[in-house]
Design a binder for this molecule. Structure first.
Ligand SMILES: [Fe+2]
Length: 321
């Protein structure tokens, strides 16, 4: 009997989800400054009170181009940065676009840092709510960018590049990545340790950094932190195999499959504390409830609030788009 964990189950990022500040602030940052397309406007599918769930990506909102956010300011709930959480997200831009983005971000008033990690040039700044955000200059990223944003396609963001996860203890995360998440340990650069999926490359990266003296970051929905990273798996059979493998390893608190409207997901709290999700896109993805021409243009009421539409629309903060 082959007891190896299933190979190539985790393919790449599916989406990265943030707990941000004001809805308008988040919307303007992602759609105007970063020039991503608003591909879905809905709300969290869980809970008793609605929280916006805003999706940004390329023309179709394809897997690994998606950043999503829960604007939390309305709730008054704050997150706390620290270790045991995803602490930064990195998106991919063409190498030829780095000077353009340096100027664009500065012109929009963002304080910029610049560094090189794993041989990649990186612009560092913060989302207006304080989340650490990066753009990495990547050659030959074949993903199609949003074709109709403020930024011309040849300079535009291609999609996710990587996430950085802060951990107290690398050993448990290394075991998780190898045995449960089918990742490959690539290399280190200073304090950073890089894991990749499949053939690796942009959109298939998780970097770990050991930070033993930071307080634990919050896990709940609260302004100013990354909430989780979702990873694409091919189909339900693979998702079931990932879940069974997790449970067989002792991660018995892996969630059941949850219907998120545009994809189906299982969630696991990884040993570091960072929440990971294994996601199967529905056949029509973001087009499940809107045609291409209407994508992202109207608010989609989550099923959990279907009989409270008027109430939740009155409750949610105004959003101009
Ligand atoms: Fe998610």
């Amino acid at each position: 009997m082959n007891q190896d964990s299933p190979q190539n189950t985790i393919q790449r990022h599916h989406h990265i989800t943030l707990c941000t500040g004001g809805a308008q602030e988040d919307y303007d940052f992602h759609t105007k400054v970063l020039s991503l397309k608003s591909v879905k406007k809905t709300a969290l599918y869980d809970g008793n009170y609605p929280i916006y769930h805003l999706y940004y990506g390329n023309d179709l909102g394809q897997e690994s181009t998606l950043v999503t956010s829960f604007p939390m300011r309305q709730s008054g709930r704050k997150g706390r940065k620290g270790t045991g959480q995803t602490t930064a997200l990195t998106l991919s831009i063409p190498v030829s676009a780095i000077a353009f983005w340096r100027k664009r971000l500065a012109d929009h008033g963002f304080a910029l840092g610049e560094t090189e990690r794993f041989g990649e040039r990186i612009l560092q700044f913060q989302h207006p709510c304080g989340i650490d955000y990066e753009l990495a200059a990547i050659a030959d990223d074949a993903r199609k960018p949003y074709s109709n944003g403020e930024v011309p396609p040849e300079l535009a963001i291609r999609g996710t590049h990587g996430i950085t996860v802060s951990v107290r203890d690398l050993e448990a995360s290394e075991e998780f990545m190898g045995l449960a998440w089918n990742a490959r340990r690539l290399t280190t650069d200073g304090k950073y340790l890089r894991y990749v999926f499949g053939e690796g490359g942009t959109g298939r990266i998780v970097d770990f950094v050991a930070e033993t003296r930071l307080p634990p970051a919050t896990w709940t929905f609260g302004e100013g932190i990354v909430h989780h990273c979702a990873f694409q798996v091919k189909d339900y059979d693979v998702q079931d195999a990932v879940k069974a493998n997790l449970e067989g390893l002792g991660y018995t608190d892996t969630s059941e499959r949850k219907d998120r409207g545009y994809f189906d997901s299982i969630y696991v709290r990884t040993p570091s504390g960072a929440l990971f999700e294994a996601t199967v896109s529905k056949p029509k993805g973001m087009l499940t409830d809107e045609g291409f021409d209407e994508l992202g243009t109207s608010f989609k009421v989550p099923p959990v609030f279907a009989n409270r539409t008027k109430e939740i629309m009155e409750y949610l903060e105004p959003l101009k788009y």
